[in-house]
Design a protein around this ligand. Structure first.
Ligand code: ADP
Ligand code: MG
Length: 298
């Protein structure tokens, strides 16, 4: 077996301040010291939950390397050992709003990233079409959907298109910001099944922000809880049940073990919300790699 590479993601003492309209700078996130290891042939699935406005999207956009967020005000961020200095096809991002180009067909939407990087990826026109059709099938859209336009699709279908466009580039890391929160419950469960199935086929690390503790527990290998703004990760749960691609999410989420785990994470979440600020100690803050969370997380 080859020697382990550098971690997929490292945040060291990261903080981000925004200056809004000449006012005093607003500290959105602080003391983020996080590591996501590089697990061979199987990325980790990290889920982040936290109260609204605590900086979850800010953290994701710092990882994505968007120029609206870089550089962090303090600290360092590295991806596979290299400083994050901008966006990259290696780090795909999926937003809550279905980010499809309205003037492009489904096929052209999926092909968009492949065409943009065709030179670097050494792809011919026919390889781009074949690759896009392959991803159209893998996100469980019908071949007949290829020529449709986003306005002809449901929300869930548009999110599948956006997912296919991201995954076609084979990112090493997939960042998802509340990707299913605008969907109705059955579609949301279907999308969770799809993500579990696709994640077992790709070796990407996934970082997903969710407003649903149940979704975070279901999908994540690890669940991070962020405290109120300025946000930092104050608890980490590692002993959450892993989803089995063979078991539908609806069935898995009705298991007693699952309900217990959701109750445990929810308890930590609400304890954290009521805790005085000084008790919210960032995880990994002492550099030990161990956690000192509120609410009894392990
Ligand atoms: P969350 O995703 O947890 O709801 P965000 O990361 O979107 O929170 O935002 C955290 C805080 O930072 C909010 O108060 C938000 O208004 C502020 N913020 C986020 N992005 C910007 C920006 N580009 N400019 C100014 N303030 C911002
Ligand atoms: Mg957000």
């Amino acid at each position: 077996m080859s020697a382990p590479g550098p971690p997929v993601l490292e945040c060291e003492g990261v903080a981000k301040e925004f200056v809004r309209g000449g006012q005093v700078p607003f500290l959105a996130v602080t003391d983020l010291s996080l590591t996501v290891a590089d697990i061979e042939r199987r990325g980790e699935f990290i889920c982040i939950v936290g109260p609204s406005g605590c900086g979850k999207s800010t953290l994701l956009q710092l990882i994505a390397g968007f120029d609206t967020h870089l550089p962090p005000t303090r600290g360092e961020m590295r991806f596979h050992g290299k400083p994050i200095i901008g966006p990259s096809a290696d780090r795909g991002m999926l937003f809550q709003q279905y980010n499809c180009y309205p003037h492009l067909s489904v096929l052209d939407n999926i092909a968009f990233g492949l065409r943009l990087h065709a030179g670097a990826l050494k792809l011919s026109g026919s390889e781009i079409i074949e690759g896009s059709m392959e991803w159209l099938r893998r996100v469980r859209l019908a071949e007949g959907d290829a020529r449709k336009y986003p306005h002809e699709l449901s929300g869930g279908m548009r999110q599948r298109v956006a997912l296919a466009r991201c995954l076609a580039l084979k990112p090493r890391c997939l960042l998802m910001d509340e990707p299913f929160s605008a969907l109705d419950e059955p579609t949301r469960l279907e999308m969770q099944d799809l993500i579990v199935d696709l994640w077992s086929q790709i070796d990407a690390t996934v970082v997903l922000v969710s407003h649903s503790i149940a979704e975070a527990v279901y999908l994540g290998d690890r669940v991070w809880i962020m405290g109120p703004a300025p946000g930092t990760v104050v608890a980490e749960f590692t002993h959450v049940p892993l989803p089995d691609p063979e078991v539908p999410s609806m069935v898995a989420q009705s298991e007693p073990r699952f309900a217990e785990c959701v109750a445990e994470v929810s308890k930590a979440f609400f304890t954290m919300l009521r805790a005085p600020r000084e008790e919210l100690v960032p995880i990994h803050a002492d550099g030990s790699g161990t956690n000192k969370p509120v609410g009894g997380a392990t």
